[in-house]
Design a binder for this molecule. Structure first.
Ligand SMILES: [Fe+2]
Length: 217
């Protein structure tokens, strides 16, 4: 995979925003642009590339409140999972959306591709982005945590299936890069997460559900 992934911690909610920079060509993708679009635009200028693609792991504002400002400067495609459309339809940039299904591949050129994995649970259209041996997990999987399932559209049973049946089946060497800096370190491998992340350890949907939906202190 000929792509550099840059990680930036931006905003008041410990978000991680990622830039996908193919080693050749002039494409540039931003994952979950939020909080500081001026910084992201300045970084694109430093790289000497237009922002050609915006990839959303899900619709929540803390992952997308910078989209409009980026589009004002660059006519990028905005990629989202199809089931997120009801929550995105009202955005000013809805006409720029490219809707995707599980398994779709976004080709950023120069042998740089992103495979989209539909991982509902935090929201109906949450998706993880597989770039070679790197997985951008949005609010599906955090380091030693996972996204809330008690917000509108949340579904703990779907989250169990996403973690157990989709992410849990990927190669253990895959590096997890989450959408928030909520863990003891910014990234870890899936093998490590199977050992230390309590949400990865459940063998039944019921046990997962009871733990995920336990009263929050
Ligand atoms: Fe979220």
């Amino acid at each position: 995979m000929h792509m550099t992934i840059e990680r930036y911690a931006l905003g008041p909610m410990a978000n991680f925003i990622y830039l996908l920079v193919p080693s050749l060509g002039d494409r540039l993708a931003v994952v979950d642009p939020a909080w500081d679009p001026a910084f992201l635009l300045a970084r694109a200028a430093e790289l000497g590339r237009p922002i050609t693609d915006i990839l959303l792991t899900h619709h929540h504002a803390d992952h997308s409140n910078g989209v409009e400002a980026l589009l004002a400067a660059h006519p990028a495609r905005v990629h989202a999972q199809r089931n997120e459309l009801p929550q995105l339809r009202g955005r000013a940039w809805a006409q720029d959306l490219v809707l995707h299904d599980h398994g779709d591949v976004i080709d950023l050129g120069a042998d740089a591709t992103v495979q989209l994995l539909h991982t509902p649970g935090h929201t109906p259209g949450s998706q993880c982005l597989l770039c070679g041996d790197v997985l951008l997990t949005g609010d599906t999987l955090f380091i030693d945590g996972c996204g809330r399932c008690d917000l509108p559209g949340g579904d703990a049973e779907a989250m169990y299936r996403s973690l157990h049946d989709i992410l849990g089946k990927l190669d253990g060497h895959v590096r997890v890069l989450p959408g928030h800096d909520y863990g003891p370190q910014p990234e870890a491998t899936l093998d490590d997460q199977k050992k230390t992340n309590p949400y990865m350890g459940f063998q039944t949907n019921r046990d997962f559900f009871d733990y995920r939906m336990r009263p929050r202190g």
